[in-house]
Design a protein around this ligand. Structure first.
Ligand code: UDP
Ligand code: MG
Length: 323
């Protein structure tokens, strides 16, 4: 569908997908802003007038769903879906993308807090109309983030790359995907979802649009450090077996060190200068103990993943859809 659009110059039917968790404060502002942007793109003939905004309520505890319903009542561009329970940003986003995939030419995912400049959507749609099927929104600056968030985020990307993950630097989940890219995404059936790792694997023609990152319009971050850390571990163990290999190398190195130590101990024993080695004994016990625990932790992480995957549970459950 999308390719005929481009050649015929027909405008694109765009769906904007917003995962929302406790966003009752931010949503009205966000939807108003996005409605304006769609309006201006309709005016410029970039997108068609049946473009829409899909708000995915990720089992919020506040009045987010009621807010979405009210917005829908007053604004025909607003659609909504409500997940049966809170599954996390990635799953809410996937639920939204899979719901809109047959009813759009392209979908843009964006957070409810408008930290990602929505004006970049215009460039994204232009790149799409020039033939790109996946357009990554990439942060030009992170001035508005706290020093702590900036540093941990940078560490997160570096670590991912050193672990062999093919993510796009400074790209979060603000991106455009064509209907075809969404179709391909739908065939990735993994339960441990890390879209930033999956999407670059889809292939197709890609493009990058830079934008400035702002403050949240309202509400507070749903990604404290604890969640960021677990997200990072998930990202790595879902895509790379390098940690397992690293443990093997550490084990190998220790084995060599062990042999050397054994030779030294034997030689000392032969020369009768054996000390009552309590210190070295305790040190090695603690050292080895912690190493073993670390290795077990990593192995356990993978086994946990296998456990989740073999169950083939549904990745999200939709309670209600409003169109
Ligand atoms: N979100 C979600 N489910 C969750 C947590 C967050 O759908 O369990 C949504 C949230 O409403 C927002 C987006 O994911 O639209 C990103 O969250 P947030 O802005 O709090 O993260 P940050 O930008 O601070 O990393
Ligand atoms: Mg945010």
């Amino acid at each position: 569908m999308s390719s005929t659009d481009i050649t015929s110059g027909k405008s694109t039917r765009l769906a904007i997908v917003i995962p929302c968790y406790n966003e009752e404060e931010a949503l009205p502002l966000t939807v108003a802003r996005l409605t304006d942007i769609i309006g201006s793109m309709v005016g410029d003939g970039l997108v068609s007038s049946d473009s829409y905004i899909m708000c995915c309520d990720d089992g919020s505890r506040d009045a987010t769903w009621r807010t979405i319903r009210n917005l829908h009542a007053s604004n025909p561009m607003v659609r909504g879906l409500s997940l049966a329970h809170n599954r996390g940003h990635q799953y809410a986003l996937l639920a939204g993308l899979m719901t809109v995939r047959n009813e759009c030419d392209a979908a843009i995912s964006i957070d409810a807090d408008l930290q990602d400049d929505p004006r970049a959507m215009i460039e994204m749609v232009k790149r799409f109309r020039e033939g790109a099927e996946i357009v990554y929104g990439v942060r030009r600056s992170r001035q508005s983030d706290t020093w702590f968030k900036r540093t941990t985020a940078r560490g997160f990307y570096r670590f991912q790359h050193s672990m062999g993950l093919d993510t796009v630097y400074d790209h979060a989940d603000y991106r455009l995907m064509s209907a075809r890219a969404l179709e391909l995404l739908s065939s990735y059936g993994e339960s441990n979802l890390f879209l930033r790792g999956i999407v670059p694997q889809i292939g197709l023609t890609t493009a990058v649009v830079e934008y400035d990152r702002n403050e949240r319009v309202a509400g507070e971050s749903k990604y404290p450090l604890k969640k960021m850390l677990s997200f990072s571990v998930d990202g790595i163990t879902s895509f790379s077996s390098r940690p397992i290999r690293m443990i093997f190398y550490v084990g190998l190195g220790l084995l060599i060190a062990d042999i050397a130590t054994a030779i030294y101990v034997l030689l000392s024993w032969i020369h009768h200068d054996v000390e009552p080695g309590w210190t070295s004994l305790m040190l090695s016990v603690w050292f080895l103990g912690s190493l073993i625990l670390m290795a077990l932790g990593i192995v356990g992480e993978y086994i946990g993943k296998i456990f989740i995957e073999v169950k083939h549970r549904p990745r999200y459950a939709i309670k209600e859809i409003i169109k």
